[in-house]
Design a protein around this ligand. Structure first.
Ligand SMILES: [Mn+2]
Length: 345
């Protein structure tokens, strides 16, 4: 990651369109980048890391493009753009896109083990903007990146001592504090209002001058709706999930007007770290799946890949993974889950 080279490259861009990942890190890194470049910021609008056709088409007319927190090296979008493109990402890279008009920065090119979320990287690009360090803190805690970003939290503790106390900065402490709550509020905006919610959250973070500003916005309402709905689903999970005692596993179908599949899986897994938790939701398009096993006792990524094989896609980490099954193949996938969860011990 060469900060000086990135600054030079960004200086040459006039009003780039900034495409950011639709999560707390994407929201915060784009709000921070708007401190140094003027340009519109839009969330990526496809499923997962994808960009919708309409968004990609509209990018062809913009002067230049910045991709933030999106592993576009796994997509083919940059091949379709001939203007200047800056890619700033921290996901495990598949290839280096740097070439002619494209500058691709990722700290993992030099150090595969370093985990520095996009918000941290953009904050470092800014230089001398300590008053907005807390925005980077929100993105970093949203991405579980506190450990490798200790220097950032030292700055926040100096600037906002009421928000982060000086000392050791652990994920648990930061998550439980105001910065963690703001990260959850951004997530809640997406769950409750989808992309509109994410856009509102981005605007709120961009305009806020201190963390407390965020607590008197729409985001607070989204957060309350979200927490209430999550509580209802957690209770239903306890009553209705199929339990497989031999493997200590749960299989649960969620049916909510909000998109809570992965949040419910995370939440139940926090309560039952030894158990395998599989949550799924059917829709007109097919079936979305989220799996967790906090202790790592059983590799959920492997189980999901097995269940969706030939009928969709899936993957992730051993402790946390996701998948999707095409319409009319839900039954096949569920039978495979049951077969595996009954058998594994
Ligand atoms: Mn990120």
């Amino acid at each position: 990651m060469n900060y000086e080279r990135s600054r030079e490259f960004l200086k040459e861009l006039e009003k780039p369109t900034i495409i950011y990942h639709k999560d707390a890190d994407g929201v915060c890194s784009s709000a921070l980048l708007q401190e140094m470049v003027s340009g519109n910021a839009l969330p990526n609008n496809g499923p997962g890391i994808q960009l919708g056709e309409d968004l990609l088409e509209s990018l062809k007319d913009s002067e230049s493009v910045v991709f933030l927190d999106i592993p576009v090296d796994q997509l083919s979008v940059t091949e379709e753009l001939d203007q200047k493109v800056f890619v700033l990402d921290h996901h495990p890279p598949e290839k280096d896109l740097t070439d002619g008009n494209i500058l691709h920065e990722n700290p993992r090119f030099n150090d595969a083990e370093k985990y520095l979320p996009a918000s941290y990287l953009v904050f470092r690009l800014l230089e001398d903007k300590k008053e907005v360090a807390w925005k980077a803190g929100v993105g970093v805690v949203g991405d579980h990146g506190v450990e490798d970003c200790q220097d950032l939290f030292e700055i926040i503790a100096e600037e906002n001592p009421d928000v982060v106390r000086e000392g050791e900065y652990t994920y648990e402490d930061i998550k439980e504090g105001k910065l963690g709550m703001i990260a959850d509020m951004i997530e809640a905006s997406k769950v409750v209002e989808g992309l509109d919610g994410i856009r509102k959250a981005q605007k709120v973070i961009k305009e806020a001058s201190e963390p407390n500003d965020v607590f008197s916005t729409d985001l607070k309402d989204f957060y309350e709706i979200y927490m209430k709905e999550l509580e209802i689903e957690k209770e239903k999970f306890e009553r209705e999930a199929e339990y497989f005692s031999k493997s200590n596993s749960y299989l649960y179908e969620i049916n909510s007007e909000y998109s809570l599949v992965s949040d419910l899986a995370t939440s139940m897994s926090n309560q039952k770290p030894e158990a395998v938790v599989i949550v799924y939701e059917r829709s007109r398009e097919g079936m979305k799946i989220s799996g967790r096993c906090q202790s790592g006792r059983i590799d959920v990524s492997e189980i999901i890949k097995y269940a969706v094989k030939g009928h969709g896609s899936g993957g992730g980490h051993p402790q946390a993974a996701g998948g999707f099954v095409k319409k009319d193949k839900e039954k096949v996938a569920l039978e495979r889950f049951r077969e595996r969860l009954e058998g594994v011990s």
